[in-house]
Design a protein around this ligand. Structure first.
Ligand SMILES: [Zn+2]
Length: 856
């Protein structure tokens, strides 16, 4: 059991309370003697006071303190104050000159189920220190603005002993690592275990050779090459796109099965959830390959944006995350195509961040208070943070952006920075005033942008109005600086105004375009140039026109999306709908010049959750069962209307030759599966069954399985899949998820209940817990059953997980973040589950903060 503090013990931390640490930490020496139940950590920290008469405050939780000494003199308990959260040595016990503090502490990695600090996974030792896990290893100023050089020794009987930096000495049972780059404690890492390496070499742009290794459990070595090559591509890309070279002689990545996060950018020793490292065509889907490449890149890019330049405090988390997500998005765009990457990113932004921003958990990308920082690793910090960097890029242009980034690296290397420092480099390098732009960081909420247009005497006018609703703790919203990329098309589809960025800074603002012969068709917010909700009355014929003619691929897709949304909402509300969407889909299916991956994205209907959100935004109360029925009905109608064409595409996109996850193969495969999902509604699952039987890669196997689940005729395939893959933990996670996310809603809860009794439901493993619970909450109509039984089931499991792993329990509680959207009955039921969780005695700080914020 973890001794998490209760909510009452944890007051909110505030950005305005920031004070610099009164000591400089000169050197850090850590000696680990590993033992599952009693690992000894000897820490020697050399401090020099920066302030007179300051007490030395060190963070520490769940530690057994064996001894403390200052400059070799042992302290007695009378000399210091020891609490549940730290160790304080008063100023009168400390020398006024630089001094060395030596502590010995004992920890029990085998009992650490919260997976923060030093813990064990399948007999292997590993660490997770971001954000505040290092304090569970030793007493230390565990804050990102205290940066120091680490010298680490490890004594243990594991064959492989790893830490950050370069290896300076190694013999059986002992290793010594020195990291020459100052870093905060959250970037510390240690791994010890029976591991195998898949190794390579990377030569940097200045000709230095770097040893690269992917470390995995024995038996997994043959699933690492894609990750290794992705690492090399990332290293090269960061040199070419940002001029950033790697700075150690070795780069290690370790795959771990039990991991709370996706991956972690510890200096020179990245630790990954094994899900985002291991890949083979038989076990990983095309989407997995793309994600692995993106996450490898993301963690690698942190070496400069996060590690060399870090955050002053955790309120600035989006400084490193927003920028690094933006960089990995650029990288994936370069590797796999910008148009489809942008559409994927916007789908994710709307599905996660817009949803968060519309509910009780809405917060600014840079929050100004929190109780548990683990609860702020959110879509707003990451994805909206990336959108803000993208807007800066758009406002300054490619050259201006690069100049600002060059200045950022030059000015702040080795420092712990703030959002103010970041914006200042853009101001100094461009001469622009970004004080209004800064609101994107400090204000919560998604602005709504309303547009009206008019045409008179050759002049076309676009009139914009922006509004942001009140969010928790922020009632008054001032106008934001919004880059709006616009193009104008003539009625035959020619571009009469190529893409232009309009800068909106007022609450209401008009832009005019002269000298036009006829009224143009506007293409607004091209490439999704700002994270706003665009509202404009557009008739279906104009949307169909844009879906056919827009030069901007994002807005082309967006027009199709808007058409689908219109039809779906019409069906939910029982209104008449026309055939324009179906006709447009027919035209797109016939357009062989269009990229298959793009056509696949256009064929995917909006999710039930996004239809619910759209209804809510229009002031309607979403009915989950009606939404499910409308979406199923539209899919069936599209399949019937285009069945010959769809069947032809299904046949013509069959891959030949050996599997590759490259876009050239992945694109047609995505189109084929999108087509299958439609045909599946009218062929009784015949094609899905045949594909499941013949599939030789996981993309098709899982795609076919998902389609079969949808028809409710999956029992035999499910059993066969389980039989084949029961020994493969990553594939079995997919098995849990796919059946719950896709099954008919009336069966979802029953299935979830049965699955929790499956011996393979090892619920303390975060990946397995997430697979089952995310599957259920992702089944929109199944989760939002009118009787509230799914809510109760879900809440019961959060309560069960909380004492074991509060961080994961807290994150999974966001399934309830949309509770205010629904009818009175569902609202009450969700509210009472949240209240039941909140009232649980001994609830963790993590889950307690989340339920209280959810309840508002
Ligand atoms: Zn990151």
């Amino acid at each position: 059991m973890s001794a998490e503090l209760t909510a009452a013990d944890a007051p909110a931390k505030r950005l305005s309370d920031y004070r610099p640490y009164p000591f400089t930490l000169e050197t850090v020496r850590l000696d680990f003697t590993l033992d599952p139940d009693a690992t000894e950590v000897r820490a020697r920290l050399t401090f020099s006071p920066r302030q007179e008469a300051a007490a030395l405050e060190l963070d520490g939780e769940d530690l057994e303190l064996v001894s403390v000494a200052v400059d070799g003199r042992a302290l007695t308990p009378d000399d210091y104050e020891l609490t549940k959260t730290g160790l304080t040595i008063p100023a009168n016990v400390l020398p006024s000159q630089p001094f060395t503090l030596e502590t010995v502490t004992r920890i029990a990695p085998s009992k650490n189920t919260a997976l923060e600090g030093l813990y064990m996974s399948n007999g292997m030792y590993c660490t997770q220190c971001e954000a505040e896990g290092f304090r569970k290893i030793t007493y230390y100023p565990d804050r990102p603005d205290v940066m120091a050089r680490f010298h680490v020794t490890i004594t243990g009987d594991q064959p492989v002993l790893l830490a950050n930096g370069d290896l300076v000495e190694s013999r059986e049972g002992y290793a010594e690592w020195v990291d020459p780059w100052p870093k905060p404690a959250y970037l510390f890492a240690l791994v010890a275990g029976d591991l195998r390496a898949h190794s390579g070499t990377f030569t940097t742009m200045s000709g230095r050779k770097v040893a690269t290794n992917i470390w995995v459990r024995p038996g997994d070595e043959d699933r690492c090459d894609f990750a290794l090559q992705a690492l090399h591509r990332s290293m090269r890309w960061d040199e070419e796109a940002y001029g950033r070279e790697y700075d150690l002689d070795i780069f290690n990545i370790v795959a771990v099965d039990d991991f709370n996060m996706g991956a972690m950018e510890n200096k020179g020793l990245n630790i990954f959830n094994s899900k985002w490292v291991l890949a083979s065509p038989e076990t990983a889907t095309d989407a997995d390959y793309e994600r692995i490449e993106g996450i490898i890149a993301h963690e690698y890019f942190h070496n400069w944006t996060g590690n060399r330049i870090t955050c002053r405090d955790w309120f600035q988390l989006c400084l490193k995350e927003g920028l690094t997500v933006y960089r990995d998005q650029q990288f994936t765009g370069d590797m796999r195509g910008h148009a489809t990457k942008r559409i994927d990113d916007v789908l994710s932004l709307r599905g996660r961040q817009f949803r968060e921003d519309r509910g009780p958990l809405s917060h600014p990308p840079r929050p100004d208070h929190y109780r548990e920082i683990n609860n702020f690793y959110t879509a707003t910090v990451y994805e909206k943070g990336a959108e803000i960097v993208g807007m800066l890029h758009r406002l300054l242009g490619a050259e201006g952006y690069r100049a600002a980034l060059d200045l950022y690296f030059e000015r702040h290397d080795g420092q712990a920075c703030t959002i103010e420092d970041w914006l200042k480099v853009f101001e100094d390098s461009s001469g622009r005033d970004l004080s209004q732009f800064k609101r994107w960081y400090t204000d919560a909420g998604t602005p709504t942008l309303r547009v009206r247009d008019s045409f008179k005497d050759g002049t076309y006018t676009l009139e914009f109005e922006q509004e942001t609703r009140p969010t928790p703790g922020q009632s008054e919203k001032l106008p934001r600086h919004i880059p709006i990329e616009v193009g104008l098309l003539s009625e035959n589809g020619d571009e009469v105004l190529p893409s232009t960025v309009l800068e909106m800074t007022e609450a209401k603002q008009s832009f005019t375009f002269d000298g036009l012969a006829t009224r143009p068709v506007p293409s607004i917010l091209r490439d999704f140039s700002a994270p706003v909700r665009l509202e404009r009355d557009v008739d279906t014929s104009e949307l169909a026109f844009l879906l056919t003619h827009d030069r901007d691929p994002f807005n082309r897709w967006e027009a199709g999306r808007a058409l689908a949304q219109k039809v779906l909402i019409g069906r939910v509300l029982g209104q008449e709908t026309d055939a324009s969407f179906s006709d447009a889909i027919g035209a797109l299916l016939r357009d062989e010049t269009a990229d298959p991956a793009f056509r696949a994205l256009c064929l995917n209907l909006p999710s039930e959750d996004s239809i619910a959100q759209a209804l809510y935004d229009q002031g309607e109360t979403p009915d989950p069962a009606a939404i499910y029925a409308a979406r199923e009905g539209l899919a069936r109608d599209l399949a019937s209307a285009h069945k010959t064409l769809l069947a032809e595409i299904f046949t013509s996109t069959e891959a030949t030759g050996p599997y590759s996850s490259d876009p050239e193969q992945a694109g047609p495969r995505a189109l084929r599966l999108a087509v299958l999902r439609l045909l599946n509604r009218i062929d009784g699952g015949a094609r899905a069954g045949a594909l499941f039987a013949s599939a030789e890669n996981m993309t098709e196997s899982l795609g076919a399985l998902a389609a079969l689940v949808q028809t409710g005729q999956d029992a035999a395939a499910m059993a066969e899949f389980r039989e084949r893959w029961q020994g493969d933990r990553l594939v079995m996670d997919k098995w849990f998820l796919v059946q719950l996310a896709n099954c008919p809603p009336e069966t979802a809860l029953e299935r979830a209940g049965a699955l929790t009794g499956d011996p393979l439901f090892t619920w303390k493993t975060p990946n397995r817990f997430r697979a089952l619970m995310a599957g259920l909450s992702g089944n929109h109509a199944g989760f939002h059953r009118a009787d509230g039984a799914s809510y109760r089931f879900y809440a019961d499991w959060l309560l069960k997980l909380d004492p074991v792993n509060p961080q994961v329990a807290a994150r999974m509680s966001t399934a309830f973040e949309t509770w205010t959207r629904y009818d009175e009955g569902r609202r009450e039921k969700m509210r009472s589950e949240l209240e039941r969780i909140a009232a649980q005695p001994g609830l963790s700080r993590d889950l307690s903060e989340m339920t209280q914020r959810l309840l508002g």
